[in-house]
Design a protein around this ligand. Structure first.
Ligand SMILES: NC(=O)c1ccc[n+]([C@@H]2O[C@H](COP(=O)([O-])OP(=O)(O)OC[C@H]3O[C@@H](n4cnc5c(N)ncnc54)[C@H](O)[C@@H]3O)[C@@H](O)[C@H]2O)c1
Ligand SMILES: N[C@H](CO)Cc1c[nH]c[nH+]1
Ligand SMILES: [Zn+2]
Length: 430
């Protein structure tokens, strides 16, 4: 990790930059994938799958036999862990259901909102660096609770043309039947406008690398909504003298191992603790099987010595991390000061991995500073809210004059008349 001491506030912007690939190449490449898939459909998907995933597939759809075979390959222990995580994710997301609340804004004027599921959704499950079967739960469970009718899942095939068995087990557990072995920007293109085998969806969910994330931005051009820009994982840890260096190092490494384009940030008011954490990172890194990836991610990463924990929180709000860990004394006392973060973990015993897998919160979160203006995925992401109103005779009498005056001031006389005819009718009734 690059080390910085007491940076000037004018340098914060450059310190908050994420590692980005050459955006121009990336955008050109993804745009051309979209064009090809739009024109050639499945034929283009086959070509890109061969090019980017190194396997030629004649048929992308995962068959029922493949699902049954895959389920046999998942150990009972892992199945039971997935079930435990699912229960917690379900509990937390069910708690997000809102009761219909009818508000009488003026006497006789009743307004309320009702949720309706988004019917056709696409779920992208990353599979490049690691087969993220946990993401199936994070997206499939709230989609079920919301009542989404048609769920299409896309995930890249491995070099043998298969999807990881645990992804298929998790998909089966949450009742997803339409599963396609297509990854990267070509999968997002297929979900955006459809091909011969993949049906267009109304909203695309799921994290992915920079190609997938950019492709999701393009999807917006085809009347498809997206959940959030959920790109390369990141974590920011604020540590003080009370933190345990081996714990903090393990949290930083847990996100560094996601990909070479991940970034982790350590902030502290203690140089001693920064040094101890760095020693721990070096020690734990040697023992990690995927240490080449984490090592590159650490080159993009920074440890920064600041004057106080309050200043560290100010920096964190400016950075807007996907995950924030407060490894500081009395962490609960600082929550009110956090203004920008995807998901926050308090104290020494709330590792970020808990949120990734099993505590119940959603791990699909905004990255790259988007925590300033996006929330993570929740039950709300799978529904639209429709407003309703019911105005009684008395209600229109009470609010009518207000509407007439405002409509007239906007010179929209037909609007005014829609109220006036009713008021006159009611006058004649009496
Ligand atoms: N923000 C979140 O909520 C969240 C959650 C989980 C994972 N993540 C992130 O998701 C990402 C997953 O990335 P991944 O790469 O492992 O899997 P991925 O499935 O997103 O990407 C793999 C696909 O990218 C395409 N690809 C690879 N190289 C390419 C190239 N040079 N040109 C065009 N396409 C190419 C291929 O089609 C491949 O199938 C990681 O960065 C991880 O940090 C984020
Ligand atoms: N940390 C990732 C979100 O940035 C989610 C994940 C899935 N599996 C492990 N981690
Ligand atoms: Zn993770």
């Amino acid at each position: 990790m690059k080390q910085y001491k007491y940076p000037n506030i004018t340098d914060w912007k450059s310190l908050c930059e994420r590692p980005l690939q050459n955006q121009e190449n990336l955008s050109e490449q993804v745009k051309s994938v979209f064009n090809e898939v739009k024109i050639k459909g499945d034929k283009a998907l086959k070509l890109f799958t061969e090019k980017f995933d190194g396997v030629f597939l004649n048929d992308f759809k995962v068959s029922e036999t493949e699902i049954e075979e895959a389920k046999k390959l998942v150990s009972d222990e892992l199945k039971s862990a997935i079930e435990t995580a699912s229960e917690n994710i379900r509990k937390f997301h069910i708690s997000q259901q809102e009761e219909k609340k009818i508000v009488e804004t003026t006497e006789g004027v009743f307004c309320w909102r009702e949720s309706r599921a988004i019917e056709n959704i696409g779920i992208y499950i990353p599979g490049g660096t690691a087969p993220l079967f946990s993401t199936v739960l994070m997206l499939g469970i709230p989609a079920n609770i919301a009542g989404c009718k048609n769920i299409t899942l896309c995930s890249p095939p491995d070099e043998n043309g298969k999807i990881n068995p645990a992804i298929l087990f998790a998909a089966d557990l949450v009742g997803i039947k339409n599963i396609f072995k297509v990854g990267g920007s070509q999968a997002i293109a297929a979900l955006s406008f459809g091909t011969e085998t993949i049906t267009k969806v109304d909203k695309i969910f799921g994290p992915g690398n920079q190609y997938v994330t950019f492709a999701k931005q393009l999807a917006l051009n085809y009347n498809v909504a997206i959940d959030i820009p959920a790109g390369p994982s990141e974590v920011l840890v604020i540590a003080d003298e009370s933190s345990i260096p081996s714990f903090v190092a393990s949290d930083l490494l847990s996100q560094a191992e996601h990909g070479t384009d991940s970034q982790v940030i350590l902030l502290s008011d203690s140089e001693t603790i920064i040094n101890e954490i760095n020693v721990e990172i070096d020690r734990q890194l040697k023992e990690l099987p995927r240490n080449e990836i984490a090592e590159i991610a650490l080159q993009n990463s920074k440890s920064i010595l600041l004057n106080s924990i309050d200043e560290a929180i100010e920096f964190s709000n400016f950075y807007a991390p996907e995950h924030l860990i407060l490894s500081i004394e009395n962490a609960e006392n600082f929550t009110g000061k956090i203004t920008n973060a995807g998901s926050v973990f308090l104290g020494n015993y709330s590792p970020e991995s808990a949120g990734d897998y099993a505590s119940g919160t959603n791990h699909t979160l905004p990255t790259n500073g988007f925590a300033k203006n996006y929330s993570g995925v929740s039950l709300d992401s799978f529904v639209k809210k429709i407003t309703f109103q019911n105005i009684t005779k008395n209600g229109i009498k009470n609010i009518g004059k207000t509407i007439e005056l405002m409509a007239e001031a906007e010179e929209l006389i037909a609007h005014k008349n829609a109220v006036s005819v009713r008021l006159k009718y009611l006058e004649n009734e009496n």
